[in-house]
Design a protein around this ligand. Sequence first.
Ligand code: FAD
Length: 447
Amino acid sequence: MATVTEPARETPLVAEAEVVVLGGGPAGIAAAVAASRTGARTLLLERYGFLGGMGTAAMVTNFCGLHAHINGSIQQVVRGVADDILERLDRLDGLNPPHPVKDPAGGPGTAAQAYDTSAYKLAADDLLQSAGVDLRFHAIAVGIAMEDDGIDAVLIETKSGRAAIRGEMFIDASGDADLAHWAGAPCAKGNADGFMAYPTTMFRLANVDDDRAMTEGKPNLSALIAEAEGDYDLPRKTGIINPQAHKGEWRANLTQISRDGAPIDGSDWDDLSYAETEGRRQVQEYFRFLRDRVPGFENAYLLETAPQIGIRETRRIVGKTVLSGEDVLSCRDFDDRIGCNGWPLEQHQKGVTKWSFLRGRGYHQIPYSISLPDGVANLLVAGRCASTTQDGQASLRVSGPCFAMGQAVGTAAAMARQAGATPATLDVAALQDRLIADGAFLGDASI
Ligand SMILES: Cc1cc2nc3c(=O)[nH]c(=O)nc-3n(C[C@H](O)[C@H](O)[C@H](O)COP(=O)(O)OP(=O)(O)OC[C@H]3O[C@@H](n4cnc5c(N)ncnc54)[C@H](O)[C@@H]3O)c2cc1C
């Protein structure tokens, strides 16, 4: 490839913080709030002008993984900072009660909770500002400066030009393991064949006749899509469609974006650019199908397409511990637990979503050590790029466990700094005590 040589330059150091968080998705939100509340001067960098990550930018509009089915009842297993978000959303009239999520294999299933994206943006602004986080929007991180075996500064591009932000501890909540990758920490992508979960362009509809649409629970989309075969171009044969907090408004998680037969790579600029128009093309096709073929949707209109293609999976760090799909399914406990997760493996395969629900008690513990990248002394990683196998990520990537991991790493970064430790040498029992005192649920020995 031809190249252009740029002149060497001095980069202005525009801010310093004790903890620097990259990314304002569920992991970054919880990390920044927790670090600040634990006493660290905390700065959060986000490329968009709002928080929420995939939850707002990709219009996910639904919290999964906050709940688990435990011994016959649905219980909330992610608490702490997640409660602060839920409470604010509720006050803004932007939160539905939990709705059931069925296990196609006939098991007891679980629950998820729909929210309004605008309310989520407001709730997150309020939460971070009231926690005293220095919020820096419209800043895209493009690299780092290293010092010894740690990160010294993050390099950002802004409308005012390139700049550097120096920190003592760094948290990678970019979803794509950007900081870890730039710092040279080992990362993986996809399964053994390189396959990553298919992305989706989300959309919302308004003016749906809720009563007709909810006849018999919810539209049987798989059957209706099968009946429509040949009349429409619908690559995904199963899908998820749910009512939102307000009358007549539904969210549609239906498209499936591929290029040359394979899922696009959400860490590749060219693939991302291609996926946006392909996603919106599919939205039109699914919308046409819904209006023509699904009871209650005859007079619906397209309210909004997501600001960006929804990316489920890109890089994951290969950390001290790698959480596997079997760890999730077998409800495994860990000595270094920092939270819990009960979401099934939700694998977005060609044409379909494969669901595998947890066996036994209904939740597993999340180990702290999946947040520790190899070889970078002052970096913690949380969210969908934490250290898991590809099938483990199919469960752990959803919002609930991302909130739990975020709270844990934010607290850990602040505590490690105060103790003169690194994240890897931090006293984990002290971290667990602090998380419990701050309202987190780490699992209950009696269940
Ligand atoms: C289509 C789709 C449907 C889904 N459905 C659900 C659902 O119903 N319920 C659920 O709970 N989960 C769902 N998920 C999964 C969930 O939304 C994500 O996995 C979760 O948001 C991951 O959180 P995160 O904080 O790790 O990363 P993200 O949410 O991806 O947030 C990362 C943030 O970092 C910012 N960022 C990244 N790189 C940079 C950079 N270099 N510089 C500056 N900023 C940067 C991004 O703008 C973003 O705000 C869905 C995902 C998709 C794609």
